[in-house]
Design a protein around this ligand. Structure first.
Ligand code: ADP
Length: 640
């Protein structure tokens, strides 16, 4: 059984995190309130959604509300909601540990920064660590929460100094109540118990929150006629108004997407983005559309300016929320966006949708399918129109995600191919589109050449490209693991076949037949010596300067693909590569001489292994026996 009160240490990472947040957000303290309100609003969304299938879960507490209470004397501020609340386990998981991958990933990112870099709010914001931001202004936080459908409440308390306690508690009604014991206000700082300060913050950051954010305020109101003191002529004596304390809703609750585009300020769009995305950075782009007719919907979609750290996590939540007539239906609505647009955040409001629609039904819903097709089209239009610089930012952040569409969405493959960018042997480190590549092709060049691998510089200097370079052919340098799949699906662009510089025949020049015959027996010997490592030894049509390289047959998997599969823990059938040798290289003559003199000469054997190692090094790989390699080269240098 769980003891009633327990003290826990925050995980070390959380401790570090708290310090980082507190220090780096010092100049923009007020955002803590936005974070708490956002959480409250999410919690109400959740209980509201649940109540559609679990009747009675709301009881008689059906008026959703977020309440702010201020107490200037005690110097406290409270934010309370009647949302879904949390169980003890949920409190432990969400508030006290780093179970949420975000926190751990965040710290990893921070640790990779060099010491001088400043930890900007942008950086932190990417990780959605909202709740902790309250420690910017609070010495102590007390959270009392009761999960919907449970009788038991939980109390969580912390000074943000490394420990928190958790115990059973009592609470009337479901939801979460968070009380901040505010730090002593310093000269020139905002007073977070002041009515107008709070009004201002709510207006600035949370105006469109869909539930009323209420606060008690003092108001002057007229004293009713019959209660007024009057003289004998019926004239009032003394005051005709009195001060009363009343609830006031501080936000307009206007759903931003249902407003007209020209009525919404940029600032409001940005705040709304922050609200739904939990990302503190401004978005890169947005689309706000209203469609009428058979497929009626309103959508407000955003493209973030930075890829979330977990965008490649298989459990990554899609960012589109579904509403019907401003009533929240669900978030993480995967049915509305293809996988390759999973980073898009926003809201889709479809008035004709049944509120009780389930995820299973959504998949088959014609309306939803049409909306999705429509939105995808709009997103492609937006990306095509984006100015070059912005598009580059987009590409660097989301290119790898978008490329997935090349092999998952045949219908839109061409559109995505138009949007794809690569660095090339001629692009000077800049991104280049396939269209621009094709426009720049050399006369007589028939293929789009590419090479895949981990390291851009190694690729650019790969011996495999020597022949292509001597013809002044450009080569796409593909360093993204996804490209291995892209090139399997995208076999041509504008009728030009994509061809690997590493695999198969490059169909460039003919091999010198005389030399081929000359070296035939030597090559057989080399093949026999390297039996374990190579499947064939061939005169090269790729090399002009280097003596050796490794290649594959057209249907083989590439060296990089093998590496990727291995790294992901998959069984990879051992594929032997092809050793290509440059028959015009003087070294080959020398080896031939040795071979003719004495096939059993140990130097010959050493050279053959050296040839193989040179090919491995040429593609940026690691030689199997570095010590033997270095000894061998040493001997050679000494002329032994
Ligand atoms: P984020 O909101 O970005 O996930 P937070 O640290 O702000 O990060 O919150 C962590 C989690 O704690 C939330 O995802 C939610 O599950 C839970 N939580 C926070 N505030 C509340 C609340 N008012 N009611 C219910 N759950 C909450």
């Amino acid at each position: 059984m769980t003891p009633k009160a327990e003290t826990h240490e925050f995980k070390t990472e959380v401790k570090q995190l708290l310090n980082l947040i507190i220090n780096s957000l010092y100049s923009n303290k007020e955002i803590f309130l936005r974070e708490l309100i956002s959480n409250a609003s999410d919690a109400i969304d959740k209980v509201r959604f649940k109540s559609q299938t679990e009747e009675g879960i709301l009881g008689d507490d059906t008026e959703f509300k977020i309440r702010i209470e201020r107490d200037a004397i005690r110097n406290t501020l409270t934010v309370e909601d009647n949302g879904i609340g949390m169980t003890r386990e949920e409190v432990m998981e969400n508030i006290g540990t780093i179970a949420r991958s975000g926190t751990a990933a965040f710290l990893e990112a921070v640790q990779q920064l060099d010491k001088e870099s400043v930890l900007t709010p942008e950086l932190i914001g990417q990780f959605g660590i909202g709740f902790y931001s309250a420690f910017i202004v609070a010495d102590k936080i007390t959270l009392v929460t009761r999960a919907a459908g449970s009788e038991q409440a939980v109390l969580w308390e912390s000074h943000g100094d490394g420990e928190f306690t958790i115990s059973d508690a009592e609470k009337k009604g479901r939801g979460t109540r968070i009380t901040l014991e505010l730090k002593k206000k310093e000269e020139g700082e905002p007073d977070f118990t002041d009515e107008w300060t709070l009004r201002g913050i709510v207006k600035r950051h949370s105006d469109f929150v869909a539930y009323p954010i209420v606060m008690e305020v003092e108001k002057e109101e007229p004293i009713p006629e019959q209660e007024q003191l009057k003289d004998k002529d019926g004239k009032p004596i003394g005051k005709t108004t009195r001060t009363v304390v009343k609830d006031e809703t501080l936000n307009s609750m206007k759903a931003i997407w249902s407003r007209n585009k020209n009525e919404v300020e940029d600032q409001e769009y940005e705040e709304f983005y922050r609200h739904i995305s939990h990302d503190w950075n401004a978005p890169l782009e947005k689309i706000h559309v209203k469609m009428e007719g058979t497929t009626e919907y309103t959508a407000l979609l955003y493209i973030p300016s930075q890829a979330p750290f977990d965008v490649f996590n298989p459990e990554f939540q899609h960012g589109v929320q579904l509403y019907s007539r401003r009533v929240f239906i669900m978030d993480d609505c995967k049915e509305l966006m293809p996988e390759y647009f999973r980073f898009v955040k926003g809201v889709v409001d479809a008035p004709d949708l049944n509120l009780n629609v389930s995820r299973e039904i959504l998949q088959q819903d014609r309306l939803v399918r049409n909306i999705r097709r429509n939105l995808v089209k709009k997103l492609f239009e937006l990306l095509q129109k984006m100015d070059a610089e912005k598009y580059e930012t987009f590409w660097e952040q989301f290119g790898s995600v978008l490329k997935v569409g090349i092999y998952t969405d045949h219908e839109n493959q061409k559109k995505i191919a138009d949007l794809v960018r690569y660095k090339t042997t001629k692009s000077d480190g800049k991104w280049k589109s396939l269209k621009a590549y094709v426009d720049d092709m050399q006369p007589g060049q028939e293929n789009i050449y590419y090479i895949t691998g981990e390291n851009l510089t190694a690729l650019a200097n790969s011996p495999l490209l020597e022949q292509l370079k001597s013809k002044d052919y450009e080569v796409l340098l593909m360093t993204d693991p996804i490209d291995e799949w892209v090139t399997q699906a995208l076999t041509e662009y504008e009728k030009k076949p994509l061809k690997s510089a590493e695999k198969g025949d490059l169909d460039l020049d003919e091999v010198d037949e005389d030399k081929k015959d000359l070296y035939e027996t030597l090559f057989k010997h080399i093949r026999a010596t390297l039996e374990e490592k190579v499947k064939e030894v061939r005169p090269s049509r790729r090399l002009t300067e280097s003596v050796a390289c490794l290649s594959g047959d057209a249907q083989d998997i590439s060296g990089y693909m093998e590496k990727i599969l291995k790294a992901s823990g998959q069984e990879v059938p051992k594929t032997k590569r092809v050793l290509e040798l440059n028959t015009s290289h003087p070294v080959m003559e020398k080896i031939q001489e040795l071979f003719e003199k004495d096939k059993k000469d140990p130097t010959l054997d050493a050279y053959v292994h050296l040839l193989f190692d040179l090919a491995v090094i040429g593609e940026g790989g690691k030689v199997e026996d570095p010590a033997a390699f270095s000894k061998q080269v040493g001997n050679l240098m000494a002329g032994k």
